[in-house]
Structures are given as structure tokens and as C-alpha cells.
Design a protein around this ligand. Sequence first.
Ligand code: SDX
Length: 430
Amino acid sequence: MPENTLTITDNRTNRTYTLPIEDGTVRSMDMRKIKTSDDDFGLMLYDPAFMNTASCRSSITFIDGDRGILEYRGYPIEVLAERCTFLEVAYLLLFGKLPNATELKGWISEITHHTMLHETTKRFMEGFRYDAHPMAMIVSTVAALSTVYPEAKNVQDPANRLFQIKRLIAKMPTMAAMSYRHSVGFPYVYPDNDLSYTENFMNMLWKMVEPKYAANPVLARALDVLFILHADHEQNCSTNAMRSVGSSMSDPYVALASAAAALSGPLHGGANEQVLKMLDEIGSKDNVAAYIQKVKDGHGKLMGFGHRVYKNYDPRAKIIKRTAEEVFKVTGRNPKLEIALELERIALEDDYFVSRKLYPNVDFYSGIIYQAMGFNPEFFTVLFAIPRTVGWLAQWDEMLRDTEQKIARPRQIYTGERKKKFLAIEERGG
Ligand code: SDX
């Protein structure tokens, strides 16, 4: 029997099938050959939540969940976080190679010169209530950009895609900062092209009446590192949304709005906000053991713990923990860190979590840093969405270049009734 094949015997018909194994997978469509009769539809694979389904081929991000390994385009995340800036990593994720000095200079200039928003978008954001959740504002405003750039619908043109990609990477911090300024009733601050990507973001968030905003370099670097860590993560829930919506050839603005909507859920990017709420609920180190017991008794989850892929420590969480120490030297230590460290210490010794391979993930420590930097918990997921915009767009562009990809349209197992007799309303009783 040739190697790299799977032989299946269908005991219903006693027929044997030999299917090719390619890249550790069997093609789901090959299962459709397994039939009980010529008019049989053939076998499907049932995989709720895609626990064991590869939806695409991708060369962007590699994760080894058992070993806690994360690489962007083959470079270990630890090296990139240490040696690169966020826009440098954005270039790597989008173009597949690290830029040289000339390429990086040009890339930074391109992004810098697209940070402004159309004035109608500013007025659109003014329509939100003062207490609108910033993630809901971002989802809505990104979708609204689709009305400003109708040419973005030409998604089959690579040059047009790249133009929209630059616009979105550049404008996400501007929209994010505006959602924050809206929530505190401060006037919007326009971009300052003299500043770096993260310094300009801080400028649009926190500049008051000083003539020129000066970002704290330690905080600006910490934000850059956090953005690098959040930039992509292969086929996570929100990237799946981006690819699925984009597969219908919708424009990148509405597709990215769907990805941001998916990210906002508490089991995904919304977890960092939930972690702070959990630490507030625990209140002090002394209450940690009781809280953990509550989780073990089935009342709620340990937010910021666990991962679909990582069954070891999330490598990003390790780097974030180190970055926290740098930030606290400037901001002062966040007292919540003590509660988080105690939570981690106890959980990692408890068989309930160890047996389920539940370790701190990227969201466990990020919120503690963000809060120390002055962000309120509602804004934490926005800080996730800004850098993940690069990953969503890189995955979207890769999907559109993939000749195997078509409109995403899963099948189902139908469990409802069939061919029911129709009753006129008079005959329905009640
Ligand atoms: C992100 O996919 C990505 O890459 C996402 C992300 C990215 O960069 O894009 O890494 C970002 O979303 C990180 C995850 C942030 N979410 C949270 O921190 C929320 C808390 N975590 C869980 O909800 C959960 O761990 C998930 C959603 C992250 C993963 O869930 P799975 O893979 O569906 O696992 P599961 O729910 O089937 O759990 C397996 C078992 C269950 O127990 P049993 O039914 O077997 O008894 O582990 C338990 C779960 O109850 N469990 C937890 C737990 N997470 C799982 N128990 C307590 N606390 C938790 N956090």
C-alpha cells in the first residue's frame, strides 16, 4: 500500500477506500466517495467549532501549542518582540520578509500619511452616546469606512487591496483614540506625522493643551511590544470571521468590522477586559483560593486562562509579564499584579487546571499593564484590535491569493422535521 495514505473500510458496504494523506490531513471532499449507493450524498466530517479542521493553507503564523511556540513568517515571537518595531513586524506579516532600511522608511511614511479620517467619519462617531462601548464604536466606524472608500470593493486588484490595507492599519489608532476622547468628552486630537506609530496613538489619546505631545519612551516601547505580540495568531475566531466574510468578495472594511466584532467576545479578545473585572471581584490575594474553588465547582471560568491551541504557557504571556515590570518602573506597580501572580501560582499547582492544560494566555497580564498605563478596561479589546488589524489583513490578502479558496459555506447535519403537512391558520387551533 503506498505510504501517506489512509485505508478505510465502510462496514456498511464492506468496500475499502484508500485516501491520500497530505500535510497531515485528509481532504474532507475525499470522504464524499464513501457512499452506500450511487445516489448517496457521501460521507461528511462533523466538526463543531472546527476543533480539528484545517480551513486553509497559510505561511503567515506558526503555532506549536504543546511546546508554546509562536513564529511570524518563521521568526520566533521572542526575537521580534525584542528586536523590531510594530510597523516592521506589520511589514513582515504582510509581505513575508523583514524590510531593509529603505523599505521600512517608505512603509512608515506610507502608513503615517494615511492616519487622517474623513471629517464625515468624525461626525459619524459623534453620533454615539457618551457611554458607548469603544469596541462597538470601532466595529461600526470601520464598517462605515466602506462608505468613504467605495473603490475598496475591487478586492481582486492586489494594488487596490494594498492601498486599503495601508489605510486600515493607519486609521485604526485614529479611530480608537477618537472613541476614547468621545467617551471622556475631550476634543479630538489630530495625528502628528512627526511621531512614531505608537507615540502618535498616545498623542491622539492623551494630548491636552501642550503645543507638542511628548510620549514617555518606555510606555511607547511597551505599547509597541504589546502590539507586536497581538499582531497575528493564525486561524483564531476573529481571523476565521475575516476570511469567511472576505470569501464572499466583500470589501475589507466590512470584513474587518466582522473580525473586530468576533474579537469583542469575552471568550476571545474581550477576555482582557474580563480579567480585570475578575481581579476586581477577587479584591485581594487572600480571596484567590476561594475564587479558584468557585471556578472548580463550575461557577465561571478563570478569565485569561486556557487556549484552544496552547496546551502549554502562551509565549506571549511570558513576554507581557516581563514588559509589565518595565511599565511599572514608570507608572508604579499595579496592585492587581499581586492578585494575578497568586492566581497563577495556585492554579498552576492545582490538578483541575493542570489536567486540563490551562495556562495563562495573552489576555491574563495584558490588562494589568494597560490599566497601569491609564486605559480603562472597556478599552483593552480596542488595544487588541489595533495590532490584530495587520494579522486580519494579511490573512485576508492570503485568502484572496489562494486559488483553492472559494466562498466559505459549511454543510450541516439536519435534525429538524421533514415534509410536514401545511395547515391554514384557521386550522392551527389555540
Ligand atoms: C484569545 O484562538 C486564538 O488564537 C485566540 C487568541 C488570539 O491571539 O487570537 O489567542 C486570543 O482569545 C485568548 C483566549 C482568551 N479567552 C479567555 O481567556 C477566556 C477564558 N478561556 C476559556 O473560555 C477557554 O479556555 C478558551 C475559550 C480560550 C478555549 O476554550 P476551548 O478550547 O473550547 O476549551 P474548552 O472550553 O472545551 O475547555 C476544556 C475544559 C473544559 O472543562 P471540562 O468540560 O472538560 O470539565 O477546560 C475548562 C472547560 O470548562 N476550561 C476552563 C477554562 N478554559 C477551559 N476552566 C476554567 N477556566 C478557564 N479559563
